[in-house]
Design a protein around this ligand. Sequence first.
Ligand code: GAL
Length: 346
Amino acid sequence: MRGNKRFLTGIIVTGMVSGLLTGCNGEMQTAERKNIKIGVTLYNQYDTYVSQMMAHFNDYAAEKEEETGIAINIEVYNASDSQSTQNDQVKEMLSDGCDVICVNLVDRTEPTTIIDMAEKQNVPVIFFNRELVEEDLERWEQLYYVGAKAFESGIMEGEIAAETFRENPEVDKNGDGIFQYIVLEGEAGHQDAIVRTEYSVSTLIENGVEVEKLGYAIANWNRAQAQTKMTQMLGEYGENIELVLANNDDMALGAIDALKSYGWEKEEWPVVVGIDGTDVGLEAVKNGEMAGTVYNDKEGQAEAMLELAYALSVGGDLSNLPLDNNKYIRLPYEKVGPDDVENYMK
Ligand code: GAL
């Protein structure tokens, strides 16, 4: 059951809109706030998970407006995979007077320009989904991160694969007692891709499953790229592939697209596991195409980001928010299988 939805409802940061407030550009304001402005820049607006998270962010902002009577203006930019475009967008949002800026970094190793610009104008920055290194987040006290613990998702994916292997002897197609697998990886260097790959495999082994890696391919979280890579690997390893560990649901679905166009019966498919619990991913678990997925709590993360952005904009009390080290909000993942998938569907 999705336990995290509305996780903050009981501890919503309310009111605090009159009195001394720190507005954009660090000016102290005494007037009651009638509206706030939040700037958001996405690394790529066509990313399935990120776009579904943003849709919820907008819906939740509308609820928050009703609740508080304060207009929440949200400006959303698409960086289209370019860090320099994203830097320009942040510059624009700062000159537009945004109270807070939410950044889905294109390159997690390149936050410096953004941090320097925001600090100069005293506008807080919430990084989300694409985790930067801790040293960068420590560079100024008004920097935050909202996301999840990547290693948890890898462990859960490994557990789903291990349970499937134990409970369904027929998935060991050649009967050698070893789970032959391939990995479909997200972007090179992305925290989630590195950590999920490592932990899913180590968890299988810790759960007593002997594994053999046949191959891997980078498919940048993308369904079409995953289909191409899977088609190549099917050509190379064919029915020796018994398990596809995908770093996200879109790539798991790309693998399934390849299996379908390869013309295999479903019984001949390898086990496919994903991560995210996007709408399409959940549908594939429900219809038995994927053995399971790991729910990446987009609603919880969107709500946490909105609550934090709101509190920072109106000068609210942050002590009500589940911040670790005054900087991090990380929501837990959840395992999803055919028995409970309906609880996660809209
Ligand atoms: C991950 C998510 C992927 C992709 C990526 C983008 O957390 O699982 O599907 O959205 O973020 O940074």
